[in-house]
Design a protein around this ligand. Structure first.
Ligand code: DGI
Length: 141
C-alpha cells in the first residue's frame, strides 16, 4: 500500500465544542501521522474557493456561512491509504448515518455541522493540501 497524504479540517462546530484534541487523538491512534497543522479563520472567499465544486448546490451558502462561523483546524494526515482511512474514521456525511465510533457519529450534530472534512480522493487531497499549506510547512518525516 502506498503512503499518501490527505487534507483534514476540524470544522467550527467541533472546534467550538472543544473536540480538537479528541479528534486529533483518533488520527494518531489509528497510525495517521500529523504532517502539518494550523488553526485559522477562513475568509468567505477562502471557504467559497475550497468548496467551489459545490457552488451550484442548494446548501452552498449555508455551508460557506458555517465554515466561516469560527476558527477551523486544518491538518495534513500522512500514512498508508490515508485518504480512505481518514474517510473511514470520519464516517458518513450525515451523522445520523455515520457508523458507531466514527468521528461524525460521536462529535457531529447535523449534516450541516458535521465536525470534520476529509479529502475524497488523492487528486482532491493534492489540491486541498496546496490550498492551505506551502511545501515547507509539511513535515514528511
Ligand atoms: O465529503 P463530505 O464532507 O462527507 O460530503 P460532501 O462533499 O458531499 O459535502 C460537503 C459538505 O457539504 C458536507 O460535509 C456538509 C455539506 N452538505 C452536504 N450535503 C448536505 C450538506 N449540507 C446540508 N445542509 N445539506 C445537505 O444535504
Amino acid at each position: 500500500m502506498a503512503v499518501e497524504q490527505t487534507l483534514s479540517i476540524i470544522k467550527p462546530d467541533a472546534v467550538g465544542n472543544h473536540h480538537i484534541g479528541a479528534i486529533i487523538q483518533r488520527f494518531e491512534e489509528s497510525g495517521l501521522k500529523i504532517a502539518a497543522l494550523k488553526m485559522l479563520q477562513l475568509s468567505r472567499e477562502q471557504a467559497e474557493g475550497f468548496y467551489a465544486e459545490h457552488s451550484e448546490r442548494p446548501f452552498f451558502t449555508s455551508l460557506v456561512e458555517f465554515m466561516i462561523s469560527g476558527p477551523v483546524c486544518v491538518q495534513v494526515l500522512q500514512g498508508e491509504s490515508a485518504v480512505a482511512r481518514n474517510r473511514e474514521l470520519m464516517g458518513a456525511t450525515n451523522p445520523e448515518e455515520a457508523a458507531p465510533g466514527t468521528i461524525r457519529a460521536d462529535f457531529a450534530t447535523a449534516v450541516s455541522a458535521n465536525a470534520v472534512h476529509g479529502s475524497d480522493s488523492q487528486a482532491s487531497a493534492r489540491r486541498e493540501i496546496d490550498y492551505f499549506f506551502a511545501a515547507d510547512e509539511i513535515y514528511t518525516r
